[in-house]
Structure formats: structure tokens, C-alpha cells
Design a binder for this molecule. Structure first.
Ligand SMILES: [Zn+2]
Length: 235
């Protein structure tokens, strides 16, 4: 078993082709020549990230939120995406849980444990999706009795929003469920209780999406739908 594992690792090491990623990346650069890092080329960022050990590092990288805002963010102590979210949260005066690192054109939400070095292979600047820090419930459920949340499957006393299929949930739970569906590549978001389809308009309204979230999720969903359509055409 141990030998097999070692063999597998070796094989992986041999077949890895870092050239293909950078080639694709170079091509992307040509298409988006307006996207540039301010202070230093990617190589410097990379070595700065590798050597991140808490020492002072003034390197900065351009970011843009999906709707309007542009700026630059400190890369101090950034080793993984979670660190970058923390720095951006400080820069933008937003809660970290409302700051997400994404790639808009591919509909990707970067995972917290993705290394910054890996991130730099795909991004020349940071794309940020800012969430809504005050999500309101579009239709309040009047009862004070505990009600079942269709997504978490837990009873809770808090106010719920009623979905078109009549099941109840909360805006934040709905949005997390949306993220899961995007990551899983599901073209249709369905109620986990009754399998009724929830349309994008409903998801936007009931989870009270911010402008950034609307831009990102609409795009991500259209990419998934196109991919599924293409696949169905070929098969
Ligand atoms: Zn339902």
C-alpha cells in the first residue's frame, strides 16, 4: 500500500506540467492587458509570499470589487487565501465573512486553504465579491414557534424567509447553499426538502444579495448552464 502511494506520488510529479498553466495564463494576459499589478511583477509577489514569516512586507497588489471599487491591498503575512481575505477585510472595513476572493469570468470562488502562490498562477490582480452584511428577510415568518429550516434541517426560533415552494430558510443559509451548488457545478438550485427549482430571481431576492453577489452568481450560473448544454449536445 505504501509502495503504491509512493508510486502514485512519483507519477503525479512526472505528469505535472507547470508550463501549461502559465501558457494559458499568458494568453489571458493578452486578452486583458488593462489588468496589471501596480508595484512589482508576479515573481516578486510569489517570492514574497513564499518567504512570508511575519517579517515586514510592504508589497501590495491591485484588487477590484465586482461592482465598483478599486484599490490595492497589502500582502503582508499572506500565505493562503484566508490571509488575503483578512487583509482585504481590514482594507475595506468589512467583516471577513463578507469578503470573498473570486474569478468572475470562470465563476470560481477560491477556497480558504488555497496557497497564494497557486492563486498567482491564475490571477494578476485580486477580484473581490463583497457580501451583504445586513441581509433582510423579504417575507417574515410571523410565528415565534421554532420552525424547520429547509436547508440546515434544524429547528430554530429566528425569522425565516418563505420560498416559492413554501419551505422556510434564512438568507445566510440560502446563500451558503447557493455557494455549495456553484462549487458542485449544479445548473439548477433545488429545495432540499421537495426538489422544487429555485430560480435566480428568487435566490437574489430571498438571500438579499449584494450587487457583487448578483454579478458573480448570475455569471457563475450562466457558465454552469452553458457547460451542461455543451455536454448534452456532444453526448
Ligand atoms: Zn421546498
Amino acid at each position: 500500500m505504501k509502495d503504491e502511494e509512493t508510486e502514485e506520488q512519483n507519477k503525479e510529479g512526472e505528469t505535472k506540467d507547470p508550463g501549461s498553466i502559465s501558457a494559458a495564463h499568458d494568453k489571458k494576459e493578452e486578452d486583458h492587458s488593462d489588468k496589471k499589478i501596480v508595484d512589482s511583477p508576479a515573481e516578486d509577489e510569489e517570492s514574497a509570499a513564499k518567504g512570508s514569516d511575519g517579517t515586514d512586507c510592504n508589497t501590495k497588489m491591485d484588487f477590484r470589487t465586482l461592482s465598483v471599487f478599486r484599490g490595492s491591498c497589502s500582502l503582508k503575512n499572506v500565505t493562503i487565501i484566508s490571509d488575503l481575505r483578512a487583509n482585504l477585510s481590514e482594507e475595506l472595513h468589512k467583516r471577513k465573512e463578507d469578503v470573498w476572493i473570486v474569478q468572475e469570468e470562470s465563476g470560481i470562488i477560491y477556497n480558504d486553504d488555497t496557497t497564494f502562490v497557486e492563486f498567482l498562477k491564475h490571477q494578476k490582480h485580486i477580484e473581490v465579491m463583497i457580501g451583504n452584511d445586513r441581509r433582510s428577510v423579504s417575507e417574515e415568518y410571523g410565528s415565534t414557534d421554532p420552525v424547520l429550516d429547509a436547508i440546515t434541517n434544524k429547528f430554530g426560533p429566528s425569522q425565516k424567509c418563505r420560498m416559492s415552494c413554501n419551505h422556510l430558510t434564512e438568507p445566510e443559509n440560502l446563500l451558503n447553499y447557493m455557494k455549495e451548488n456553484i462549487r458542485a457545478g449544479n445548473a439548477v438550485v433545488k429545495c432540499p426538502k421537495c426538489q422544487a427549482s429555485w430560480e435566480m430571481e428568487e435566490l437574489i431576492a430571498k438571500s438579499d444579495m449584494s450587487e457583487d453577489e448578483q454579478i458573480f452568481y448570475k455569471k457563475a450560473m450562466s457558465i454552469i448552464k452553458q457547460t451542461v448544454k455543451k455536454y448534452n449536445t456532444y453526448s
